[in-house]
Design a protein around this ligand. Structure first.
Ligand code: ADP
Length: 180
């Protein structure tokens, strides 16, 4: 099995399933022997982007920082899995241009399903007005126009989403699976 460096960028609403898919994908790629790294939006906000707010300006800075690190790694042969809401199309496209080897995955779970899951209880807090500027509630989510992969997790299982992404990596020439 061989692979080239690439950034796999999962974007979608909070609770859409980005982290869940990323973790399963990480396991699968590890089993295949890939060199990889994970940049999780929540983790990045605890260190590299600590102190940033959720204003448009700070969200853009956060995405550019993630993109910068992802670029360094993927140009050195690492498969980088990014999971970040990254709600604005323009800065996602900017990062795509910068990185070059880039696969955009839209985790396209509808707001109603994400809100019903409410994994972290954030939608409830956003609806009650306790959190302002929450993506999908009172801040926009701009869906990708031409993502390489779409994962509607209200229809696809985690395993199906992982396989879709693996197939896209193979189709784009980033991953070569040994034929058993
Ligand atoms: P995000 O990282 O996008 O905020 P999470 O992965 O943290 O989302 O949360 C998604 C939640 O949805 C998890 O509790 C997960 O178990 C659940 N879930 C249910 N079905 C699916 C599916 N088919 N794919 C991904 N997640 C799913």
């Amino acid at each position: 099995m061989q692979h080239r460096g690439v950034t796999v960028w999962l974007t979608g609403l909070s609770g859409a399933g980005k982290t869940t898919i990323c973790q399963a994908l990480e396991q699968e790629l590890q089993t295949l022997g890939c060199k990889l790294e994970v940049l999780d939006g929540d983790v990045v906000r605890e260190n590299l982007s600590k102190g940033l707010t959720f204003s448009q300006e700070d969200r853009d800075i956060n995405v550019r920082r993630i993109g910068f690190v992802a670029h360094l790694l993927s140009r050195n042969g690492v498969i980088v899995l990014v999971s970040a809401i990254s709600p604005y199309r323009a800065v996602r496209d900017e990062v795509r241009q910068q990185i070059g080897d880039f696969l955009e995955v839209h985790v396209s779970t509808p707001l109603s399903v994400c809100e019903q899951r409410d994994v972290k209880g954030l939608y409830q807090r956003a609806r009650s007005g306790e959190i302002k500027g929450f993506t999908g509630i009172d801040d926009p989510y701009e869906a990708p126009l031409a993502p390489e992969v779409t994962c509607p997790t209200h229809e696809d299982t985690v395993a199906e989403s992982v396989q879709k992404i693996i197939q896209a990596l193979v189709a784009a020439g980033y991953l070569e699976l040994a034929i058993a």
